[in-house]
Design a binder for this molecule. Structure first.
Ligand SMILES: *[C@@H]1O[C@H](CO)[C@@H](O)[C@H](O)[C@H]1NC(C)=O
Ligand SMILES: *[C@@H]1O[C@H](CO)[C@@H](O)[C@H](O)[C@H]1NC(C)=O
Length: 379
């Protein structure tokens, strides 16, 4: 662009807002579609920024931004689309898929879930703590679909991990994290109330081992760590989507597999270990949208990996070429000439013709028939 505003848009805002709203748009227009973009009403400033800026830089006849809440979204969902792409929670995901079903419209749902982080004792502890903290609190203070939701480690290792996390957090956000300019706010008052409810539930409120400070006026909640919360607590039942991090402990690290598999399939699963055997077992035993070893969240930035969920965490995938694929239909087109007639295909049928057809079905004459029909020869 020529003017400063264009420049600022490209360098300052784009990396932040592109991931969830514009990334799919890029795939959609690359594949030749027109787009109606409905940004989340949960982040109204970002929504109106997109509505203001996009028409200045893109072809408004192909890309429209529609702002609004439930009423506008419902009106949009009543239309017949070629594809619906939704990022958000699984409750609204069900609403979207139900609406899509009315028109038999395919939908990509990028949902979320409780992304587990398994921490083995055979790790570089300081680096693990830094990477967990960056993925959990550095990225929107836990308000990200791929943020670590909870940790599983061994009883013996938990105190060391906790000490390391505390040190890292103090370095990142200071003695009073609520004063830190680097700690994101909770997106709005209703989410603040929801998180407060999770923290204050009786069976978990005495499990806080770090943090716990909050400022309702400022919508700020400090990084807060819980140790050994009960599995039937609300914080272990719903996606946290905020700065609260429970640590669960097991006797042996392999017990984490069963624990994870007893819950809904997460969007991402993380494992920190030096043990390649453990890594292989984790990869085989756990079903998750994606996996990342020895780090958190950054697999999202790799354009060569399809990004998406499985089961409760969503369906379909995007990013890089996969975004293009997500918004394309692979239309199968076959050409035939007028040569290459197979008489056995046509009535009246006879015993010899039947023999040929049987051969085709049994695959014996496959190559011959393929040659007659002009298929490319398989190798
Ligand atoms: C807060 O944001 C959520 C979406 O994340 C939205 O559903 C809700 O209505 C918002 N609440 C308020 C009070 O703005
Ligand atoms: C995790 O890090 C350790 C130490 O660098 C390394 O030995 C191991 O192979 C890594 N795991 C994976 C899956 O790369």
């Amino acid at each position: 662009g020529k003017n400063h505003e264009t420049h600022a848009f490209q360098t300052t805002y784009l990396p932040i807002i592109s991931v969830l709203s514009l990334d799919p748009v890029i795939g959609a227009i690359a594949a030749g579609n027109a787009v109606a973009l409905k940004p989340s009403e949960g982040a109204p400033a970002m929504s109106s920024l997109l509505a203001e800026l996009l028409p200045r830089f893109v072809d408004g006849t192909c890309i429209k931004v529609i702002e609004g809440g439930v009423k506008e979204t419902t009106a949009l969902l009543n239309q017949k689309w070629d594809k619906i792409f939704y990022t958000g929670n699984s409750r609204v995901g069900r609403v979207v898929m139900t609406a899509a079903a009315k028109h038999l419209t395919p939908a990509v749902l990028e949902l979320g879930g409780k992304c587990p982080v398994v921490v083995d004792s055979n790790v570089d502890l300081h680096i693990a703590a830094k990477r967990i903290a960056a993925g959990k609190w550095g990225c929107n203070n836990g308000q990200a679909c791929i943020a670590p939701d909870f940790i599983i480690t061994t009883q013996a290792f938990a105190p060391k991990l906790l000490e390391s996390l505390k040190k890292v957090l103090e370095k990142f956000y200071g003695k009073d994290p609520l004063l830190s300019a680097d700690l994101s706010r909770v997106v709005n008052a209703s989410h603040f109330g929801r998180l407060k409810g999770l923290m204050d539930e009786e069976m978990v409120s005495d499990k806080i081992v770090f943090g716990g400070q909050r400022d309702e006026q400022q919508l700020k909640i400090a990084p807060t760590i819980f140790l050994d919360v009960p599995l039937d607590s609300a914080i272990m039942k719903e996606e946290i989507f905020g700065p609260l991090l429970p640590i669960l402990t097991v006797d042996k690290i392999h017990e984490s597999f069963g624990l994870i598999n007893s819950m809904a399939k997460p969007l991402a699963a993380y494992l920190f270990t030096r043990d390649s055997e453990l890594q292989n077992q984790f990869e085989g035993a756990i079903s998750a949208g994606g996996m990342l070893f020895n780090d958190t969240s950054i697999h999202l930035t790799n354009p060569y990996l399809p990004f998406g969920g499985v089961g409760e965490s969503g369906t379909g995938a995007y990013h890089g070429k996969f975004s293009f694929d997500a918004f394309s239909h692979r239309k199968a087109v076959m050409n035939r000439g007028f040569a290459g007639e197979a008489r056995a295909r046509y009535p009246p049928y006879s015993a010899p013709k039947l023999k040929i057809l049987k051969g085709v079905l049994e695959g014996k004459l496959g190559d011959m028939i393929q040659a007659i029909l002009g298929f490319p020869r398989g190798k």
